[in-house]
Design a protein around this ligand. Structure first.
Ligand SMILES: Cc1cc2nc3c(=O)[nH]c(=O)nc-3n(C[C@H](O)[C@H](O)[C@H](O)COP(=O)(O)OP(=O)(O)OC[C@H]3O[C@@H](n4cnc5c(N)ncnc54)[C@H](O)[C@@H]3O)c2cc1C
Length: 392
């Protein structure tokens, strides 16, 4: 909620920059879509461990899959700020896995094609992705290379007309349902950063995927993948040969910023529900919100959310202005992911036993939020990056 009033939700205020009244109109559209098409089914899809393809089709019909992409490719001709609004609103859908599946498609799998792809690749992969016909996944992490991205081993040998890929990938969001995987592979002689390229891999014999059970994000398919002698034609090379590390780095800033936006709004949604709950729930003859300890806890949560929002919007303004925001985005990712877990944990505590029950939203919210300090680069890696910016 860009009105940035965590204490009294809904209080009318001018939009907080970089958002404008136009973004707030889009927010209304997104909020209505989430309330009508996603939130009512969140529990069902969590239980089914899957959400239907139809979600992407409906989002495409509403123009929500291509907000930042040009009209020539079927997009809406907007920019990253429009996607930021959508991501904030998706955080209110009631399922981290659903938001993650949609987010991986629009936020991490398709941007590298837009930024580094040829016109032909954009037509073949991005346009159908914007139409919701083909879903994307970004496949970087491997069983033996997560934080240490440059240690990835999946190998692409140069053969006549393309590459022969062998190896495996781990924890890939949308990995089972994907119609294409934007995949990091090792092509060069350099065993580290300088030997990585990206290939757009399409479903075929030799590509195997399986879903992994996990603590949260139940509606999303997180995949273990293997490639056994998979032929990828050379026209599917994305960006420069052996220049893939640049592509990984380019995407990280936006991915981490998206995660920060989602976590601030996730914490905000939990806060609002808890504010309502403590006003209704009685103990010892009065609403639990009337106890000073509850009031103080919620006051602390409000400060944490506001601090996270301000830091995140600061990054968004820098990013939108085209400035290098690596240091600030790293801080925002680090701060907001843990903040979200802590705020939701406090909210769960204020719900008492009900907070622990699947019937109430805090139980799922806490499980889903726990991914934040791990995915997209762990807290420890964020601190390592910040340490390096200090010359340490
Ligand atoms: C649900 C889910 C969805 C995901 N989706 C995707 C996806 O779509 N695409 C994709 O490519 N990846 C995805 N990932 C992978 C994710 O980005 C990695 O899990 C993450 O980067 C951490 O890597 P790792 O799991 O290998 O942990 P490891 O690198 O094995 O780290 C284990 C622990 O060691 C710590 N550690 C590692 N190195 C250091 C160091 N130098 N200093 C201090 N501590 C260190 C870590 O912080 C961590 O606490 C997903 C993961 C999950 C859980």
């Amino acid at each position: 909620m860009a009105t940035a009033d965590v204490i009294k939700p809904g209080t009318a205020r001018a939009p907080v920059p970089p958002f404008t009244p136009e973004h707030e109109e889009l927010r209304e559209t997104c909020r209505r879509f989430v309330a009508a098409e996603l939130a009512p089914y969140a529990t069902q899809w969590e239980e089914e461990r899957w959400f239907p393809q139809e979600v992407f089709e409906k989002m495409a019909a509403a123009g929500l899959l291509g907000l930042k992409y040009p009209e020539s490719l079927g997009g809406q001709g907007g920019d990253y700020l429009h996607d930021a609004v959508l991501v904030e609103e998706l955080a209110r859908c009631g399922s981290g896995g659903l938001a993650a599946g949609i987010g991986a498609h629009i936020g991490i799998a398709t941007p590298p094609i837009f930024k580094f792809g040829t016109e032909e690749q954009k037509e073949r992969f991005l346009a159908p992705a914007i139409r919701g016909e083909s879903i994307g996944a970004l496949a970087i992490t491997e069983p033996d290379a997560g934080s240490d991205v440059a240690g990835l081993k999946t190998h692409a040998a140069k053969v006549d007309g393309g590459f022969l890929v062998n190896g495996s990938k781990m924890f890939i969001t949308n990995g089972v349902r994907a119609g294409f995987w934007v995949t990091a592979v090792r092509t060069g002689a350099d065993p580290r950063h300088g030997g990585i390229s990206f290939l757009i891999v399409e479903p075929q014999e030799g590509v195997h995927t399986s879903k992994i059970e996990k603590l949260g994000w139940h509606a999303s398919d997180t995949a273990l993948m293997s490639f056994d002698d998979v032929f990828v034609p050379e026209e599917n090379l994305l960006g420069e040969l052996d220049g893939g590390f640049k592509l990984i780095m380019a995407n990280f800033q936006w991915e981490r910023l998206l995660m920060a936006l989602g976590s601030v709004e996730g914490a905000q949604a939990a806060f609002e529900k808890t504010l309502e709950y403590v006003g209704e729930r009685q103990a010892f003859g009065r609403p639990i919100g009337k106890y000073q300890v509850s009031r103080h806890k919620l006051a602390e949560c409000a400060v944490q959310i506001q601090a996270g929002r301000d830091l995140t919007y600061h990054c968004l303004r820098l990013f939108h202005a085209g400035q290098d925001a690596m240091r600030e985005v790293t801080m925002a990712k680090l701060f907001t992911q843990r903040m979200c877990v802590d705020v939701i944990d406090d909210c769960l505590q204020l719900h008492g036993g009900a907070g622990y029950m699947a019937e109430y939203p805090m139980e799922r919210a806490l499980r889903d939020a726990r991914l934040g300090p791990i995915g997209g680069g762990t807290d420890e890696i964020m601190k390592e990056i910040l340490g390096k910016t200090m010359g340490l």
